[in-house]
Design a protein. Sequence first.
Lengths: 155, 155
Amino acid sequence: MIRLSKLTDYAVVVMTAMMQGDGGPHTAVSLAERTGLPAPTVSKILKLLARDGLMASHRGAAGGYRLARAPDAINVAQIIAAIDGPIALTDCVEGAPGACGVESLCPRRGNWDRVNRAVRGALEGVSLADMARPMFPDPVLPKAAPALPATADAI
Amino acid sequence: MIRLSKLTDYAVVVMTAMMQGDGGPHTAVSLAERTGLPAPTVSKILKLLARDGLMASHRGAAGGYRLARAPDAINVAQIIAAIDGPIALTDCVEGAPGACGVESLCPRRGNWDRVNRAVRGALEGVSLADMARPMFPDPVLPKAAPALPATADAI
DNA sequence: GCAATCCGGACCAAATCAGTACCCTTTAAG
DNA sequence: CTTAAAGGGTACTGATTTGGTCCGGATTGC
C-alpha cells in the first residue's frame, strides 16, 4: 500500500480547523485542543507548513499561525510536499547504482518520472477547500469516479 | 515523500526482463542473474505477482514463470497492488478512532477517498509496456508545465 | 522586564520494511 | 518409480524510517 504519512493527515485536520476560526491567528496549543492532537505534534506540523509558505507565522506574545492563502488556493500536493518532502514514488531515479546496474542504461527512470507526474497532477487537483467540504454528494464534481480525466490523458 | 516499496520497483525490472525472453518460462534464478537482484528477493516478487494473477507459474522440473497477460494489458496499479497491497494513501479511513475523534464526524474520510481514486486512476493509465519503452521525448506531454516554478522542484 | 509564543534543532522509542533462510509440495525427466 | 528441479509458504532478523517529545534560544506585546 502506498502510504501517506500520518502527519500529513493531521496537517489537513489542523488546516481545516484553522479555516473555522474568526480570521485571527491560532496558537499551536489552541489548535491542539480543538483537534485533539498532541500539542508538540501540532507545533511540528505548523512549523513544517510555515517553512514551505503555507502558513504565515507571527512570533511573540499574542502571536500564532494563519493560513497564508485562501483554502481553495492550497492543494493537497503542496501539503504533502511540505510534510513528507518531494512527491516521488521511487528513488530509483537517483543514486543507488548497484540496484539498477548501470544507471544510464536503466530505461525505467524516465517512465517512473512519468508516473510521478501523473500522481502529482492528481494531487494538485484537490484543494484544501475540497478536503474541508463535507462528503455529501458533491455538486462541484458531477462525475465522481473519473475525478481527474485530464491527468489520465497526461500520463 | 510518498514512497513506493523498493520491491515494486524491482518487480517492474523483473517483468521487463521477462518481456525480452523468447516466450518460454523464466526461472527465478535466471531472472535474478539477468537483473542483478538477489535470487531470494526475485523469488519473493514472483510469488507475489503470481498470487495476484499477473504471472502464470509452472511447477516441477523445467518449470518457471511467464507473464499472464500481454505487457500492455498490465498496468502499474496492478503491480503495486500485488506487491504493496491495496492502493490507499491514508488509513484514516479505517480504525484508529482515537486519532480522528469520532469517526462518523470526520469529514475527511470521503475526501481522502476521492484523492485515492484520482491517484489510482493515474496509476492505472500506465502499462507495463509503457514502463519498458525507452524514455524518448514524450509526445503526450507537450509542455513540462512549470505552473508553480518555486514548487516544481519541491513537489 | 516579563511573559507568551514561535524557531530550530537533537533525541528516542516504536513500527515498518527489505532481505534471508528454511521446509514443504508439485511436477517433469530419466 | 525414483529423483531432482522448481515453485509455495512461513518465520525470522537487521536496518531504515517514522512518530512523537523535549529543550534551549529568539522574538514580540504588555
